[in-house]
Design a protein around this ligand. Structure first.
Ligand code: HEC
Ligand code: HEC
Length: 351
């Protein structure tokens, strides 16, 4: 099974001089080469965390787009990473996070692992495999970086072209694993322009999510009674449940052959990560999936047993490590955010 695709992060995917390398021919497979196909794939295990950490100290410019300087011909052109960035505690990006593991799996199945340093920074010079069926999209324009020969993608650019580097990414911290929820392009708009930093498309509350580990509670303090959705619970959902539980679908921006609707060339696939459940407003949303559920569907009837509400039961970290929820586990019953939601449901889930 081939692996693929990437997803989002704070990563900064820089570039680099690559050995030309033999371009292995990989058969197109939708399940492996699309965001939808890899939506809920668990993070690879069995490797040494941090095995691909780049050498150096690298504590400067946390949160900035490393690629601005660490790019061929740039201010730090002597250190051109393949991937680099900053990881944060949560999507609000208030505090950086050290000792988080950033895991990538490329299209050939190679696992790359980096751990964040005391500034939250990470970087690697490890090579990333090219997706032979890569398409580079910018705006509505798409550059097909392959031709087809008997149904097999034959790349038209060298494997050193960072636009073809594709991977899926996860961030692991303690017992939590966040997988990046959208598929983002690596590399600049052309083979020669500066590589796009992951922090460009995965900034704090950006639509594509952040690179976050999420150990801390969202609310530092909350009242003993009368919690409201708007004031207390929405910030938790915005912090931890977006970008998945938002109205409607997300359009994949990176494109591989399988990300393009075959019936309408040029149309990017949309992936609904929300399962039709929008937690960004009390009443939910009418956009997107056929079956839509709102806050009321998960709170009404749970006043006397709030722990059984799917909002909590479905998202609880399992001691077995089993993942029962598409978005993974988020909390234990002792965590502040969990307790706040439990109290709010018990009080009648006030708007
Ligand atoms: C504003 C420009 C700029 C940005 C942004 C930047 N760097 Fe650097 N970085 C430099 C310069 C300049 C050097 C020194 C280059 C040299 O000595 O040739 C350097 C060197 C490094 C080195 C090698 C020296 C050391 O500290 O061990 C690492 C590692 C590094 N940077 C990591 C990062 C990471 C990770 C990011 C993004 C979070 C980043 N840098 C963002 C300018 C920048
Ligand atoms: C990475 C994307 C992602 C994130 C982040 C995420 N979810 Fe989900 N969620 C899903 C997917 C996919 C499904 C559908 C599959 C499933 O039921 O697990 C889902 C389903 C659910 C359901 C539906 C259960 C049912 O009975 O229908 C609930 C409730 C839920 N999520 C709550 C949450 C809460 C609360 C958060 C934040 C603490 C959260 N999710 C964060 C992806 C995500």
């Amino acid at each position: 099974m081939f692996n693929t695709i990437v997803i989002g992060l704070f990563l900064l995917c820089c570039s680099l001089g690559f050995t030309s390398g033999s371009m292995a021919q990989v058969l197109y497979d939708a399940s492996n080469f699309s965001a939808a196909g890899r939506l809920l794939q668990p993070a690879p295990a069995g490797h040494v965390p941090g095995k691909d950490n780049g050498p150096g100290t690298g504590t400067h410019n946390a949160g900035d787009d490393c690629g601005v300087c660490h790019t061929p011909g740039g201010k730090a052109g002597n250190f051109v990473f393949t991937v680099g960035g900053t990881v944060y505690e949560d999507r609000t990006a208030r505090r950086t996070l050290k000792n988080a593991e950033i895991i990538l799996q490329d299209v050939q199945g190679n696992t790359i692992s980096m751990t964040s340093n005391e500034a939250g920074n990470f970087w690697t010079f490890a090579e990333l495999a090219s997706n032979p069926c890569a398409v580079s999209s910018h705006g509505t324009t798409m550059d097909y970086l392959y031709t087809l020969s008997n149904g097999v993608c034959v790349p038209t650019v060298p494997s050193s072209d960072s636009r073809t580097w594709q991977y899926k990414a996860w961030v692991k911290y303690g017992d939590q694993v966040r997988h990046m929820a959208t598929v983002a392009p690596i590399g600049g708009a052309s083979a020669t322009t500066a590589r796009m930093g992951c922090s460009m498309h995965h900034a704090g509350m950006g639509s594509r999510g952040g690179l976050w580990g999420m150990k801390k509670d969202t609310l530092t303090v909350y009242p003993a009674s009368n919690l409201s959705f708007k004031k207390h619970i929405l910030p938790i959902f915005r912090n931890k449940c977006a970008p998945c539980h938002i109205p409607g679908s997300t359009t994949t921006r990176i494109a591989t052959r399988s990300d393009i609707d075959p019936a309408a060339t040029g149309t990017l696939t949309t992936v609904d990560y929300s399962n039709g459940q929008d937690f960004t407003s009390y009443s939910g949303s009418t956009v997107g999936a056929a079956v839509k559920k709102g806050i009321g569907d998960f709170t009404a009837g749970y006043q006397s047993d709030p722990d059984s509400s799917p909002l909590l039961a479905h998202t609880l970290l399992q001691s077995s490590g089993t993942v029962t929820h598409g978005g993974g586990g988020f909390w234990t019953t002792a965590d502040g955010d969990y307790k706040a939601i439990r109290q709010w449901i018990a009080e009648g889930a006030l708007p």
